[in-house]
Design a protein. Structure first.
Length: 119
């Protein structure tokens, strides 16, 4: 009698290839999702840093009532609205500030108020 040769059958090899393909698909989707999440996080961080910078700029300068907009060097689009909240009292005017920053389809809104000295 001849000894049976050791090895895998064609069916076992096919099952192993299918399993490997499924695992590869799952791994590729996971890596792609991670890259998208990283890019989203980077955009959120850039927008937050720009918003903080713009709001600091307003606190240091005399804010002007009205609307303005622009595009920063890092690609952040911004819209700024400054409007009086109430009538001036004791030489101080409260101003409502709305700042919208966007990168692509992502955007964030910031709202605050500032006090402006009036004469």
């Amino acid at each position: 009698m001849r000894a049976r040769e050791q090895g895998f059958t064609l069916l076992e090899m096919l099952a192993a290839l299918i399993l490997l393909a499924l695992l590869g698909t799952v791994a590729a989707r996971t890596l792609t999702g991670g890259a998208k999440a990283q890019r989203h996080l980077e955009h959120v961080q850039l927008m937050a840093e720009f918003a903080q910078s713009k709001l600091d700029e307003l606190r240091l300068a005399a804010p002007v009532v009205g609307n303005s907009h622009g595009i920063a060097r890092n690609g952040v689009h911004w819209q700024l609205q400054i409007a009086p909240v109430a009538t001036p009292q004791d030489n101080l005017q409260e101003l409502g500030v709305k700042l919208k920053v966007a990168m692509g389809a992502q955007y964030q809104l910031y709202q605050t108020s500032l006090l402006k000295r009036v004469k």
